[in-house]
Structure formats: C-alpha cells, structure tokens
Design a binder for this molecule. Structure first.
Ligand code: SER
Length: 314
C-alpha cells in the first residue's frame, strides 16, 4: 500500500481509517472520497474527491488521476437501513462493490472491503462460529455481504486482483457515529451514559453479539493488507472479533465508571430479529493463524477509554 483510494471515507470506519493511513503512508498518499464533502478532519487533511460509488466512471477517473495502487471500499448501507430499503441497498452495496473491484482490476491495485457478522444467518452455528461454515443470511445486508465475499474471491481467482477482507463485528468508536446498523446500540449507550446517565436499548437483554473497538479494527485492516499474500488461505473474508456481550453486560461495565447509570429496554422488533439471526460469538483463529490478528481492547478497557474520550468530546 503506497497510494490508497478510500470510498465512504467520511463514514464510521473511513473517517478514522483515513487519518490513520495518512499517519502511516503520508497525507498526500491517501485519497479520501465520499458522496459529499464536510468539514471533518478526514475531508480536510489531505486529498478529497466527491465520488458516488454507483458511478464507475467517476471512481475510475479519480483512481487514475491519483494513480492509486490500493482501493479500500467502505461505502455501504448497514443492516437496518438495508432491511428498510432492500432494492436501494442491493443497488448501492453490490453496484458500489462491483465498481470498486473493476477499478482495482483496471489499476492492478490491491483491494479491501469489509464483510460482517451479518453474513451469517439463523442456520449458522451460533457459538464460536467457525471461519468456514453455513452462510444463509436472512437480511438484505447479509445477502450483500455473502455475495460480496464471493465476488471478491472471484476477482482474485479470475483476474488476479489481490482482494482481502474481514468479517467485522459491531464497531465501537467515539469519533463518527455509525448509522442504520443493528449493533449501533453499543455506541449509543456510551453517548447516552455520558450525556444523560441512562439508555433505552432497542436490543433485548440476553442478546449476544460480537464487538470490537475501532483502534483494533484499524490495526486489523492495516495488518491484513500488509500480510504476506502467500500465507492467506481465506482472503474474503476473515472472522475477526474482540469481545461478545449482551446489553446488560455493557451496562454493568458502564456502571462501574458511572455508578448512577441505568439501562431500560424498548425492543425494536426489526433490529432484534436481525440480531437474533447473527452469531453470539465468532471464532477468529484463522485470522490469528494466517496474518497474526489480535485485538488489544476488551469490554473493560474499551469502556474506560470510550467514557474518557466522550467526556472530553461532549
Ligand atoms: N455493524 C453492522 C450492522 O449492525 C454489522 O456489520 O449493520
């Protein structure tokens, strides 16, 4: 990776990944793109271009203008929004991915796109979900993610594009909030805890999902992209995780730092149904074995850091 084009660079992952990559590879070598510009640091601290990922010509021209050797495709609708607008989600998620893969093929660039725990479904083994297992998701987002993994594999085998990906769990961060995801509650709960000392969860108690703190997610992307290609057996896409918890457990951890904090429940049946179709916890041993994946943060250390950072921010 020397000159990197990022789509969705102002989203939850992109806004932090852009800054991190600029530190590592130099500001001018990281070309941030998104459907619109804003005044965030990611948009202002280096090259930025407006690119609608459904427009192949615009993406291709931008990639050629900067002569990139890496494409990181992050622009996508998350699970709950995709469920509300399935046709739009198919067009954006699959059309965007196809255009990004075509751009990588044309420029002979290395390629990264995230898959998700959403690629699993109700017939997947729920605990310690293996790397290679049944994948029959019941959400549009999940269908997009499985198709995306297969398409990325296809571009590797058919065209020799160096495609790589991870199945991210819910990502927790204090910088740019996620939008329209099922795991978003685990971000909102920290904002509400710091602002108001209470949170009403739309995910029910006892519902376990995998999660990861953003610094670990950024390290995972960089380490995977820097890994020796010959050692990668799975490529698209590796299970990665840092922790698994239910709402009452994150609430209990927050309470250790904010003693008056309390959680209530008002379950959103749509998002609850999505959550229940996903694993309780996934097995990341293939990522550990093939490229040394390891997460640093657990629920306790992440909670301390989130609360500290949000107290400064809010
Ligand atoms: N965080 C995503 C979502 O909830 C899962 O990949 O949609």
């Amino acid at each position: 990776m020397k000159r990197i084009l990022i789509t969705g660079a102002l989203g939850q992952i992109g806004s932090e990944l852009t800054l991190r990559l600029r530190e590592v590879y130099g500001s001018d070598n990281v070309i941030a793109t998104d459907i619109r510009k804003n005044d965030s640091e990611a948009a202002q601290s280096g090259p930025f271009e407006v690119v609608d990922v459904t427009n192949l010509q615009s993406m291709m021209e931008t990639a050629k203008k900067y002569n990139v050797d890496t494409v990181m495709h992050l622009a996508a609708l998350l699970s709950a929004t995709a469920e509300a607008k399935p046709v739009f989600a198919w067009n954006l998620n699959m059309g965007g991915l196809m255009n990004a893969l075509e751009t990588a093929r044309e420029l002979k660039a290395q390629f990264f796109t995230p898959s998700s725990i959403g690629a699993f479904g109700p017939s997947t083994p729920k605990d310690n979900t293996p790397q290679d297992t049944i994948m029959r998701p019941t959400t549009m987002y999940g269908v997009n993610k499985v198709a995306g993994e297969l398409l990325s594999d296809y571009y590797f085998h058919k065209f020799g594009v160096d495609t790589r990906g991870v199945r991210f769990p819910g990502l927790i961060s204090y910088d740019t909030p996620p939008g329209g995801g099922t795991t978003d509650y685990a971000v909102e709960i920290y904002y509400e805890a710091v602002k108001n000392g209470k949170y009403t969860s739309y995910i029910d108690k006892g519902t376990y999902m995998d999660m990861m703190y953003m610094p670990d997610a950024l390290n995972a992307i960089i380490n995977l992209m820097e890994a020796d290609s010959a050692k990668l057996i799975h490529r698209n896409a590796f299970n990665v995780t840092a922790m698994s918890f239910a709402p009452e457990e994150i609430a209990a951890e927050i309470k250790k730092n904010i003693p008056d904090f309390h959680i209530e429940y008002n379950v959103d049946l749509d998002r609850q149904k999505i959550a229940e179709s996903w694993p309780n916890s996934i097995d990341a041993s293939a990522a550990a074995a093939e490229w040394g994946f390891k997460a640093e943060y657990n629920l306790e250390t992440m909670t301390k850091d989130m609360i500290e950072k949000l107290r400064q921010k809010l």
